[in-house]
Design a protein around this ligand. Structure first.
Ligand code: C5P
Length: 238
């Protein structure tokens, strides 16, 4: 499909128009960012790893009855998606304490949670993506109460499906972030990406971090872990 004008550029992806107004062309980038863009690096190979991992995961989720904006992978670094208006909420699901939850509540990293925790953050770089309470969500009027409940329900379904996928490849799904969007006819769809940039993934045997924490904490070569995830999912990282 022909690549038209650039319509959006984020930290990790560029979106281009296509001849079909309902379809966008996504180009993944090699940029890695953390701490709201304060830490930034170009990492050769990251674009193709995240594009392919996202494509495989969105395909697997679809098989499990969870549709997304994903249409098809076009090349190692490009995919076609349905155009949606992104709802500016980051929905985070946690199975094990880590990251900002460990910091905020004083849990040890690695402490399993009694049940999965769903949190909403306001997707706003200028505000530093703050954690939202239900009252904040109501005040912001980004979604109705029933839409908020469906997002939470969907996020829990995605967690169950992803846990099953990752457990089968010897990986622990610690936590992840998803985003949703509205299609032109108002349908809410899973959107954006699901990759080691947006999940915490630990090797089940060794607890080796196979995700962006390697970059955030300077723990070594980022793409080593991403390549492990892609090849265990059945993809080809070359
Ligand atoms: O930093 P925190 O512990 O809140 O992150 C929870 C999960 O959400 C992690 O898997 C992280 O990679 C992901 N996340 C993200 N984009 C953000 C914030 C968090 O993908 N802007």
């Amino acid at each position: 499909m022909q690549k038209g004008a650039l319509v959006y550029e984020g930290k990790a992806k560029q979106l281009f128009l296509t001849p079909d107004p309902e379809v966008l062309y996504v180009q993944y980038k090699n940029s890695a960012t953390a701490f709201n863009g304060e830490k930034k690096e170009e990492i050769e190979g990251k674009a193709q790893l995240n594009n392919q991992i996202t494509a495989l995961l969105f395909e697997r989720l679809k098989e499990q009855g969870i549709p997304s904006h994903f249409i098809e992978q076009l090349s190692p670094t490009e995919q076609l998606v349905r155009k949606v208006d992104i709802i500016p909420l980051e929905v985070v699901v946690r199975n094990i304490a880590a990251g900002s939850l460990a910091k905020r509540l004083g849990f040890d990293e690695g402490q399993p949670l009694k049940q999965p925790l769903v949190e909403f953050y306001y997707k706003d770089d200028a505000l530093g993506d703050p954690l939202l309470t239900d009252a904040h969500i109501a005040l912001l009027e980004l979604v109705s109460e029933s839409e908020k409940q469906s997002l939470e329900h969907l996020a829990r379904q995605i967690n169950t499906a992803l846990q099953e996928i990752f457990v089968s490849i010897g990986v622990t799904l610690v936590d992840f972030k998803v985003e949703f969007g509205r299609t032109a006819d108002g349908e809410i769809l899973l959107a954006d990406e699901i990759s080691p940039d947006t999940c915490r993934l630990w090797d089940k045997e060794t607890n080796q971090k196979l995700d962006k924490d390697v970059f955030r904490r300077n723990l070594g070569n980022l793409t080593d872990g991403y390549s492990i995830i892609l090849s265990r999912l059945g993809g080809n990282s070359q």
